[in-house]
Design a protein. Structure first.
Length: 206
């Protein structure tokens, strides 16, 4: 039983989330600049590796991750290929206005990238969080479109999002297939992947 005082985090149920493993100090190479060492963190009570890379560190190409091993995972070295990012060609600068009565399309340029592009449209609701909807397409499609849906009374077709200002568009790009790796201490193959994320804010749909 908890006594009076500040709110405390809810209970943690063991086995409901993947267990973090101690692999020692990770060294990330292939970045623009010197290799970066990443120490494990357990501040939240769970093992995790977190690092904020300097601006411009990832410029496409091979990035390596290696370690001499830790308490749970032995020594390994692996490489991950970062492709050239897609180039968004739809104007999404702040204060751009879009019609809620027209399908919303985002286009981009891509050089043979084998990836999935997900677009999420987010509308903030004061004191109630946010409303969002999303759709996805292959990078080779060069565009993704959020269609209109029936909304309101009659035969009105609008975007599945309330009109308003300060809306956001978040675009994420992930590979279709993750890279696998094996290391001493792992009972099955692990996977690692990359994600590019683009955030565009202060948009208006009306």
């Amino acid at each position: 039983m908890l006594g009076a005082g500040s709110p405390r985090p809810g209970p943690r149920c063991g086995g409901t989330k993947p267990k973090g493993l101690d692999a020692g100090v990770l060294t990330i190479g292939g970045l623009a600049g010197a290799p970066i060492e990443v120490n494990l963190s357990s501040d939240s009570g769970e093992i995790a590796y977190l690092a904020t890379l300097p601006l411009g560190s990832i410029q496409g190409g091979l990035v390596s991750v290696s370690t001499s091993g830790g308490a749970d995972v032995g020594a390994f070295q692996t490489e991950l290929s970062f492709p050239t990012p897609i180039q968004i060609t739809t104007p999404l600068s702040p204060r751009t206005v879009f019609s809620e009565s027209q399908p919303f399309q985002v286009t981009w340029e891509s050089d043979g990238l084998d990836a999935i592009v997900r677009m999420k449209l987010i509308h903030p609701i004061p004191d109630a969080g946010e409303q969002s909807c999303e759709c996805a397409a292959l990078a080779s499609d060069h565009s993704v479109t959020l269609p209109l849906v029936p909304r309101g009374i009659g035969n009105t077709f609008l975007l599945p999002l309330l009109p308003g200002t300060d809306d956001r568009v978040v675009i994420t790009v992930t590979p279709q297939l993750a890279t696998t790796l094996s290391a001493p201490g792992l009972t099955q193959q692990a996977t690692h992947t990359w994600t590019y994320e683009y955030n565009f804010g202060d948009l208006t749909f009306r």
